[in-house]
Design a protein around this ligand. Structure first.
Ligand SMILES: [Zn+2]
Length: 79
C-alpha cells in the first residue's frame, strides 16, 4: 500500500513514508482512517489541504507494476 498526498493548493504531491510517519506519530495514527490528513502540511506551500490517494503496492500486487514484464504477453505476440 502506498499513499500519495496531493496538495489542493499548489498541486505539489509526495508519496508518504508510512514507516516514517508511524515512527513519528506512533501506531495510534492509522493511515487508513483519515487521522493522517489533518497532520499533513504541504512541504512546498505549507498549507494543510492534502488529498490522500491510496495505491496498492505495485511490487506486491500481481500485474499492477509497470516494471513487471508479463512473459505471456510476449509469447502471445509471437504467434
Ligand atoms: Zn502545496
Amino acid at each position: 500500500m502506498q499513499i500519495t498526498a496531493y496538495c489542493r493548493n499548489c498541486v505539489h504531491y509526495a508519496v508518504l513514508d508510512l514507516e516514517g510517519l508511524r515512527d513519528k506519530y506512533g501506531p495510534a495514527v492509522n493511515a487508513m482512517n483519515w487521522n493522517l490528513a489533518p497532520r499533513l502540511v504541504c512541504s512546498k506551500c505549507k498549507i494543510n489541504k492534502p488529498e490522500l490517494r491510496y495505491t496498492p503496492d505495485a511490487n506486491k500486487v500481481s500485474g499492477m507494476g509497470k516494471a513487471v514484464v508479463n512473459p505471456y504477453a510476449k509469447a502471445k505476440g509471437d504467434r
